[in-house]
Ligand binder design. Sequence first.
Ligand code: NAP
Length: 331
Amino acid sequence: MPPLQFGGIFELLPNNMHNMKFLFFLLLLFLRSGSQSQPLNLAVGMTALTSPVSTAVEVEAIEADNDLRMAPDGAYALIAGGSKGIGFAIATALAKRGYNLVLIARHEGPLQRAKEQFESTYGVKVEILMYDLSTDTAATAIGAWCTQRDLPLKMLCNVAGLGGEDDYLSLPLDSLRYMVRLNVESAMAMSLTLLPLLEKNAPSYILNVASLAGLAPIPIKNLYSATKSAVIFFSYSLRYQLKDKQISVSCLNPGPVFTKPSIEKDTREKLGWLGMRMAVSPERVGEVAVQKTLEKKRMIIPGTLPKIAAFFIRLMPRSWITSLYGRAGKK
Ligand SMILES: NC(=O)c1ccc[n+]([C@@H]2O[C@H](COP(=O)([O-])OP(=O)(O)OC[C@H]3O[C@@H](n4cnc5c(N)ncnc54)[C@H](OP(=O)(O)O)[C@@H]3O)[C@@H](O)[C@H]2O)c1
């Protein structure tokens, strides 16, 4: 087979089919790599491409409901960024399994509502703490609060993070620094500060939330993808370092999750049909994240299409995928 002519192939397709170009290219690569063993199922992948998103979701729902690992008596999970979005969904999946919760966020209203909902629905204890995780002192103060109570901490979930449509060339330095502090520094600081408690309560778990965006450079989301890439590398290494302490580290890498209207709009504009097909509901992401973390999986990618996309993104030369993302971002 002659070498792939990346640009040439694209020229054969109509101009208005940007997403089809991407899909077509992915399929070509997929067929070329057919001999490689990877946990991907072409039949399931094609079903996910041609059916509503819920089809892939239902496949995973069956897997998830078969295995509900319940919490040991009195065990706590701490969710940094647990009042809304993916963090709230992770908290829900943990409460369903009987974990008591410590929820952290900046605003009291959503935290209070989450506490009432979890306590009344699942009968678990919920503590709420208001901190800005991007500050230098937050992790130390939260660590001290947990240690003073000798909290039986079984799981730390570092979820809070900042993305958005604007990035490196259009944001002031303060905003960029805030992104680095929240996305990277807070996960690093919370993990280190709570390590003694996690070790004391081992076997235990750390779940870091990165993103599919962390698998490759994305020009329009330059710093965001760089911070998420840092979280992925940090998680891989930490997993290795903590293996002997019986602390399992997992990294969640979701594709699009419509936790707010702006994410749905951005996905539709930049990634079009394929991006919309890749979206997984926050509830599903939370459920899969918790199930796979308890199964000690290293990389967690909810949804069939995001899994397939991750496979190809990691396979492609960096310059190609950067260029593909760059073109999508110009729309
Ligand atoms: N949504 C997606 O499409 C998507 C895809 C891939 C990865 N992710 C990642 O998943 C994580 C969650 O995203 P999401 O969409 O669920 O976000 P979200 O809906 O905005 O929720 C973020 C949560 O973190 C809290 N939080 C935000 N900034 C904080 C700060 N400085 N200090 C303390 N708490 C803070 C928020 O509460 P307060 O506002 O009250 O502080 C809220 O509880 C992020 O790391 C994001 O990068 C998201």
